[in-house]
Design a binder for this molecule. Sequence first.
Ligand code: SF4
Length: 249
Amino acid sequence: MPAPDTLPEAVEPAAAGPPPSVREELARASRGLESASPPEIIAWAAERFGDRLTMATAFGPEGCLILHWLAAIAPTTFVFNLDTGYQFPETLAVRDRFASRYGLEVALERPETSVEDYERTHGGPLYRTEPDRCCGDRKLAVIRRVLTRFDAWMSGIRRDQSPDRAAAAIVGWDHKFNVVKVSPLANWTKAMVWDAIVREQVPYNPLHDRGFVSIGCAPCTRAVGAHEDERAGRWSGTAKTECGLHSRS
Ligand code: SF4
C-alpha cells in the first residue's frame, strides 16, 4: 500500500484520476470496509491518510455523529464547515457545542465575497433566481479551494438518502474534486444514525425537533411533513435536489 504522500495526483486539479494501483487499493479497501463499523472506517481513514485527511460538515445528524467519533479517534483532523453566509444561527450554534464539549474547532470556510457584496453585485440574492450558481459560488468553489490541501475527505452521506447517493462507496475516488472520498455512514439508515445519537448523547441541530429533517442554507430549507421524503425540504418547489457536493455531475 503506498504511503499517503505518494498520492500527488490527488492534489493536481487537472488530473484525470488516480493510477490503476491506487484505484485498486481504494476498491479493495471499500469492499473490506463494507461490514466495518463507522468508527472502524474513520480509524482506517485516519491511519491511511494522516493529516492529509479532512472532513466537511453542515452539522447534520450524520456529520455530528462522525464528529463525535472523530473527536476520540483522530481529534487533530482538520474539519470544516462551508459557511455560505446563509446558514441558520441554530446550525452555527452546534459548532459552539462541539467546541465546548469535545474541544473540537470546526473551521468556517467562507466564499471570497460577503453576502452583502454578492447580492449587491447580482442585484439581489441569487438563491431565488439562479440557485445552482449560488451553490457553485458559495459552496463548490470554496470546497474546491479547501480540498486542494488534502488527499482525502470524509462526509456523512448515506446511500438511502437519494438516488444520487445510492451508489456511494465507503471509500472511492471523487472525480469532481480529485481526492479520495470516505463515507463511513454510506450503508447506515436514518434510524441507525438517530439511535446512535440518542444512545451516545451526541449534540445535534435543534431544528430537527421542529420538523426540519435535512438542513442546508436557511433560504433554501423548509420543515417537512411526516410523510414527505427527508430531502423534500431542500430547494422546495424547484427541480434542484443537490447543491453539487455529492452529485457526480
Ligand atoms: S443552498 Fe441556497 S443559499 Fe445556500 S448556497 Fe445554495 S442556493 Fe445559495
